[in-house]
Design a protein around this ligand. Structure first.
Ligand code: ATP
Ligand code: MG
Length: 459
């Protein structure tokens, strides 16, 4: 490779020296700077092909330096070094335009490779693809060829390429997160980040700063500025999991972000423009959540531009055999040696699967252990409860036949109360007569009045 000029920025002279020696061994010329200001001065005075900077430095940190370089309309590749191993810091730097990162401690080979890649102008997209892989570890493909799943794949393929917001519903364990990632991967944003955030898992007061980030000094403990998930997802996708668990006040703020495509960090007043695609998920019936005051109606309409409903496993029993095989190999066993008996399959197909695919996965993992890696037979599957098969105990939150009837009890009660009112009116308040009209005992009427019309009850 041709000799290049590399600017090395590190506040620790020893570290800087090590880098200088390594780079010189690779045949490059090196300029060394002990802080951001010095680096900027050197950058102005020399032709620099690559900047390698430490992230943590007093006064001007690596990201600020990066910002200052970009402010000079320079697109010099900047590689950051972080000793703090967290991919988050590196992501933040990449988000601000760093071309690559290298984790300390590193060896000369890793450094050489990274330097070569940076100098060859390996496009940012490739770096991000790498980063995405790191973050998306564990993302596997969908398994299942049943008709309801075909419909889901079809929707994903159709909605993926657009920027439309998507609301994914379905019972727990049906694969909502998998679907969200698939939508992202089917979009032109696939090279940018998919940023999941679980609204139910993060305490309400922290969720806001997680999403919006904050400026230094925004609140006690905010010693450094921090970019939030929205900023991280710029150009990519944010996945708001369990949206109905987000506090109402924050839902209002979220709606504004979606309408205006801008955010302000907490404690700041700088408006930051963003280009984000939103995918939300819930295992509740979103309309019911709106009625219960758990989900803002306007937000519901805003995110529900397109909806994907994942069918519960009991509605696609044809997929079970394939899924079992998938999970056998996923947990490190050969599908040849470890197979399901016909009897066991029949049993699994008759089960109600309240925990859906996740439950099946756990069950297979356990069965494989119990069977010692041989045939998976009926006794190896400890099904929780063979409840009135194929029917969930509770009305399904979603993913069931529509129209849904989640408020059936309530509707029945309302009707009952109305019939009682009518009968009493007809009987001019005479309870014995009203009971006769309704063909119930006086005692039952008394009981029901106590329940529905306690204010009228003389007792
Ligand atoms: N069709 C499928 N093929 C293969 N694996 C699947 C499928 N559906 C779900 N899984 C796996 O099942 C597990 C649960 O899926 P996921 O986390 O996407 O469910 P979810 O709907 O988000 O559940 P919850 O509502 O509880 O968050 C994951 O390990 C996922 O990889
Ligand atoms: Mg989930």
């Amino acid at each position: 490779m041709k000799t290049k000029q590399i600017l090395v920025v590190d506040d620790e002279p020893k570290m800087r020296r090590v880098l200088e020696i390594m780079l010189q061994q690779m045949g490059h010329r090196v300029l060394g700077a002990g802080n951001g200001c010095e680096a900027l001065a050197l950058f102005k005075a020399h032709t620099v092909d690559l900047v390698i900077t430490d992230l943590r430095m007093p006064e001007m940190d690596g990201i600020e330096l990066l910002g200052n370089l970009r402010a000079q309309e320079s697109d010099v590749p900047v590689m950051v070094i972080t000793a703090h191993g967290t991919i988050e810091t590196a992501v933040a730097a990449m988000k601000h335009g760093a071309c690559d990162y290298i984790l300390r401690p590193f060896d000369i080979d890793a450094l050489e490779l990274a330097v070569e890649r940076a100098l060859n102008g390996a496009e940012v997209a490739r770096q991000n693809a790498f980063l995405r892989q790191e973050i998306d570890r564990g993302w596997g493909a969908f398994v299942g060829t049943s008709q309801p799943m075909q419909a889901v794949y079809d929707l994903i393929q159709r909605v993926g390429p657009s920027k439309a917001s998507v609301l994914i519903t379905g019972e727990t364990g049906t694969g909502k997160e998998l679907a969200a990632r698939a939508v992202h991967n089917a979009s032109p944003r696939r090279e940018r980040l998919f940023v999941p955030i679980n609204c139910a898992a993060i305490p309400a007061d922290i969720l806001e700063s997680e999403l919006f980030g904050y400026e230094k000094g925004a609140f006690t403990g905010a010693q450094k500025e921090r970019i939030g998930k929205f900023e991280l997802a710029d150009g990519g996708t944010i996945f708001l999991d369990e949206l109905t668990e987000m506090p109402m006040a924050l839902q209002a703020k979220l709606l504004r972000v979606l309408q205006e495509n801008t955010i302000e960090r907490l404690g700041g007043n700088r408006v930051i423009n963003l280009d984000i695609r939103v995918i939300a998920a819930t295992n509740r019936d979103p309309r019911q959540a709106v009625r219960e005051g758990k989900l803002r109606e306007d937000l519901y309409y805003r995110v529900n531009v397109f909806s994907i409903e994942l069918p519960p496993l009991r509605k696609r029993v044809d997929d079970i055999a394939g899924l079992v095989e998938h999970f056998i190999t996923k947990h490190g066993h050969s599908a040849e040696g470890t197979r399901l008996t016909a009897k066991a399959l029949k049993r699994l197909e008759g089960y109600s699967w309240p925990g859906n695919v996740r439950e099946l996965e756990n069950m297979v993992e356990r069965a494989v252990i119990l069977s010692g890696g041989g045939l998976l037979d009926e006794p190896h599957f400890l099904l929780e409860s063979q409840v009135a098969d194929a029917h969930p105990k509770q009305p399904a939150a979603s993913g069931d036949d529509s129209p849904r009837l989640p408020a059936l009890n309530q509707a029945v009660e309302e009707l009952e109360a109305k019939l009682i009112d009518d009968a009493l009116a007809k009987a001019e308040g005479n309870k014995a007569k009203a009971a006769a009209l309704l063909d119930i005992s006086e005692r039952t009427l008394w009981y029901k009045l106590k329940k529905y019309r306690p204010e009228q009850d003389p007792n």
